[in-house]
Write a protein that binds this ligand. Structure first.
Ligand code: PA5
Length: 439
């Protein structure tokens, strides 16, 4: 049974039992449509079965490549954008030490390379400064692009490939480049085959933002030394629950229903809140998942996020007291990775002795409860999601929980959650301005 649970107690004052029952009926129909593969975008549902039906040979090859990278590289440069990097970054930042990329920590604690992400913007400054960091180090590249033609990613790959070839020669560089892309087509596949790079597959029926449990996410995550078997096992457990539990006991179904209740009451913004800095990129991954899946045809809930308590000192005022347009979903980690006990101080000049002997997590949890209470009193409905701990297994469960809820919620909203037609618009304008041939 999944350790992820949903607590809607603090939301109940904002809707009636009848409203919930009616919305759950819609959620059940949406789930049937999803599992029956009867809805729009049903050729992109490969992610539904990934935790139980994945290419075992490729999985073994991912582990082998990760182990080689861990042996021969001080740094792994991961090139990708959107769904081609957010899941891996979310997982690594969540599962590893807060200062993972500090040389001594990646190497000594995890026997792993530092991992830097690039190709997710078009900043020459960032590229140059990452090059400075690579000076004198051994490094490898994992370039990830399903289409193989994404501009941000292609520019970064051209530059880092050239630098790698300069350092190791063409053949030596080829031995350090890992390309995750389409099985058969696209510029990156053609280039990789021509140059002899090791390739991994983004399955045809898995869209970028649903691809964290394919080589897209798994290779960088495994390179960081995290346990990808446990990650998949967590996702498998969450899938089992999502498929088989009764509607009222099915967390992702309840979450999808609650979001739609609030949206229909005029709450068009959902704020995902966390109380651990290591969750920042989980929110970024979640924003892309829901933003790109639901925001279309003039519909959708705008996904926003805050890191707390940090942002209580910036966004707290608005959430408490500004335009009443949002509801809040909080992810609480029941057992944090580390505990700190607040010491006693004889002079007590800072007046903190009333907390002496208590843990920081005790204070954090009380801050969370106090904030939830304040926000609900301020008219912001609250959904609380409990995550038992910071393990790979729990993260696998969380990834699948949100993916499944997203598919259901998108169908409830009446959109195709698996396409992204709006993303093309900026590309068309940019290519025209840049004078790309044929545009
Ligand atoms: O979710 C998606 O499909 C997108 O965000 C893509 O992941 C993103 O645009 C990158 O595309 P590609 O992997 O083709 O380079």
């Amino acid at each position: 049974m999944s350790g992820i649970s949903i607590d809607a107690k603090r939301a109940e004052q904002f809707y009636s039992g009848e409203e919930f029952t009616a919305m759950m009926e819609r959620a059940k129909s949406a789930k049937e449509k999803l599992l029956g593969r009867m809805g729009e975008g049903n050729d992109f549902l490969g992610w539904l079965d990934l935790p139980v039906d994945y290419d075992k040979e490729e999985f073994a090859a991912i582990k082998e490549a990760a182990s080689k990278i861990r042996k021969d590289s001080d740094v792994l440069v991961v090139i990708g954008i959107g769904g081609s990097y957010l899941g891996a970054r979310a997982a690594i930042e969540f599962l590893r030490h807060s200062f993972y990329n500090n040389d001594s920590i990646a190497k000594n604690k995890y026997k792993a390379p530092q991992i830097y992400f690039v190709g997710n913007h078009i900043s020459g400054t960032y590229l140059t400064e990452l090059m400075d960091l690579l000076e004198g180090k051994d490094w490898s590249i994992n370039v990830i692009s399903k289409s193989g033609t994404t501009t941000e990613c292609a520019i970064a790959f051209r530059i880092f490939r050239e630098a790698l070839e300069k350092k190791y020669g063409k053949e030596g560089a080829a031995d350090r480049i890992y390309a995750t892309t389409d099985r058969k087509k696209g510029a990156l596949k053609t280039l990789s085959d021509a140059q002899g790079y090791k390739t991994f597959v983004v399955p045809d029926d898995v869209g970028g933002r649903f691809s964290v449990l394919t080589a897209v996410g798994l290779l960088p995550i495994a390179a960081s030394g995290a346990d990808i078997d446990a990650l998949m096992e967590g996702a498998r457990i969450a899938r089992e629950d999502a498929f088989n539990k009764s509607a009222e006991e099915c967390g992702p179904l309840c979450y999808a229903a609650l979001r739609n209740i609030f949206m229909e009451k005029g709450k068009s913004v959902e704020i995902l809140a966390n109380y651990e800095p290591s969750m920042h990129y989980i929110s970024e991954w979640w924003k892309q998942l829901y933003g790109e899946s639901e925001g279309k045809g003039g519909k959708g809930i705008f996904p926003a996020s805050v890191d707390l308590t940090t942002d209580l000192h910036s966004m707290g005022q608005f959430i408490q007291d500004g335009t009443r347009l949002m509801f809040e979903t909080v992810i609480a980690i029941d057992k944090p990775r580390a505990e700190v006990i607040i010491p006693s101080d004889d002079a007590d000049l800072d007046g903190l002795n009333y907390l002496a002997g208590k843990t920081m997590d005790y204070v954090n949890k009380n801050a969370m409860e106090g904030t939830i209470l304040a926000h609900t009193e301020g008219g912001v409905p609250n959904i609380l999601i409990h995550m038992p701990d910071t393990s790979e297994k729990s993260l696998g469960e969380l990834f699948y929980f949100f993916e499944f809820a997203c598919g259901v919620s998108g169908y409830m909203l009446g959109v195709n959650p698996f396409n992204q037609p709006g993303v093309e618009k900026y590309k068309a304008n940019m290519f025209k301005l840049l004078g790309k041939p044929g545009c």
